[in-house]
Structure formats: C-alpha cells, structure tokens
Design a protein around this ligand. Structure first.
Ligand SMILES: *[C@@H]1O[C@H](CO)[C@@H](O)[C@H](O)[C@H]1NC(C)=O
Ligand SMILES: *[C@@H]1O[C@H](CO)[C@@H](O)[C@H](O)[C@H]1NC(C)=O
Length: 188
C-alpha cells in the first residue's frame, strides 16, 4: 500500500516536471548566467543634427497634419519624417557620422512639445552599421532637452542611456535648425 502510494507520488512528480518543462521551454532557446566580469561601458558621443525643412532637398518633410494644425499655436498634430544628417561639427560640410531617421510629431497642445521617435544610424568608422534608438519628449524651446535611449543594435546591443539636445541655430525664415546632441550610452 505504502509502496504504491509512493510510486504514485513519484509518477505525479515526474509528470508535473515533464509538463511544466514542456510548456515553459517551448520557445526558450537558452538562458544562462553571463559572466559578472562582462564590462559595461559608458560612451559619450557628440554630434550635430541638421534638420533641413527648406530648399530643393529637405531632409525633414511633413507627412501629415490634423485639420487644426495650421491654427494651433503648437502645430499640434503635425508629423514630420526625417532622414537628417549627423556630423562631427556644426557645419554641414564637416565629417558625416550617420543619419537620424524616424519622425517627430507635435504631441502637446499647451506648449511646444514633440514626440521624437528615431534611430541614429551610424555610417562612419567603427560604428558603421550600428544604431541607437531614441524615443522621447522634446520641448524644443527649452535650452536642454533630455530623451531616453531605448535600445540599439550592432555595437550598441543592449544600449540604454540618455541624450541631451541643444538647439545651436534655427533660421527664422527657413526654419532649418542645427541641434547639438550629446549621447551618453551604456553598452558592452
Ligand atoms: C488650414 O488647413 C485647412 C485644411 O488643409 C485649410 O482648409 C485652411 O484654409 C488652412 N487654414 C489656414 C489659416 O491656413
Ligand atoms: C560602411 O559600411 C558599408 C556596408 O558595409 C560600406 O559599404 C561603407 O563603405 C562603410 N562606410 C565607411 C565610411 O566605412
């Protein structure tokens, strides 16, 4: 009697193990402790973002707006797609490091506040082909705006951190702008 109960319990134990491992691991390929010695770096980059909305070759184009956008003090509802040049210096002719690709959208009714959703796509040197993803709130009229780094690829796998944006110049007629970006990114 005792033996059969014991066998029963043993069988249940194995069955439950098999079932739970089958369900839990159906799509998990591997999961292991990684070395505590893996060094996480923090890199600081500085480059300049050229938001060209005017002229024959704009790199920032309006893709949509709401019926009230043109009468809104904060251009609420405007969405602008960008493929903006990133350079090492404030001059557009300085060395190119990559592009800022994505969009910004006016997301605030009361004040000027943009939603920025973009990737910094590097095309120069060691970081060529790697990307950093930014998703954040940008109060464009403030001197310094901070936005989160939400991820990355290539040399920026597992990236986290933040960026600080400062408008260096904004042409009152064309609205073309140059923005300094300081990027503080943790990666491996
Ligand atoms: C705003 O846009 C709407 C729709 O495109 C247009 O009918 C209207 O004339 C525009 N208003 C102004 C003030 O530009
Ligand atoms: C960046 O990588 C691409 C693709 O591998 C290559 O064609 C290009 O020449 C590289 N650019 C630089 C500046 O290294």
């Amino acid at each position: 009697m005792a033996t059969s109960i014991f066998c029963c319990l043993l069988l249940l134990f194995f069955l439950s193990r098999v079932t739970s491992s089958d369900q839990g691991n159906a799509y998990l390929i591997s999961s292991q402790i990684i070395s505590r010695a893996t060094a996480e770096k923090q890199s600081h980059f500085r480059f300049y973002f050229h938001d060209i909305v005017s002229g024959p070759n704009p790199t920032a184009i309006t893709v949509t707006e709401a019926p009230g956008t043109n009468t809104s003090a904060t251009i609420f509802g405007l969405i602008v797609m960008i493929d903006d040049l990133l350079t090492t210096g404030p001059e557009a002719k300085s060395r190119s490091v990559g592009r800022a690709q994505g969009y910004y959208a006016s997301a605030e009714i009361e004040k000027m506040g943009l939603l920025m959703a973009m990737n910094f796509v590097f095309t120069d040197g060691k970081y060529n082909g790697s990307t950093i993803a930014i998703l954040g709130h940008n109060e464009v009229l403030s001197p310094v705006r901070e936005m989160p780094i939400v991820g990355g690829s290539g040399l920026f796998r597992f990236a986290r951190g933040y960026v600080q944006a400062r408008t260096l110049s904004m042409d009152q007629n064309t609205h073309d702008a140059i923005v300094e970006y300081n990027i503080f990114v943790n990666h491996y």
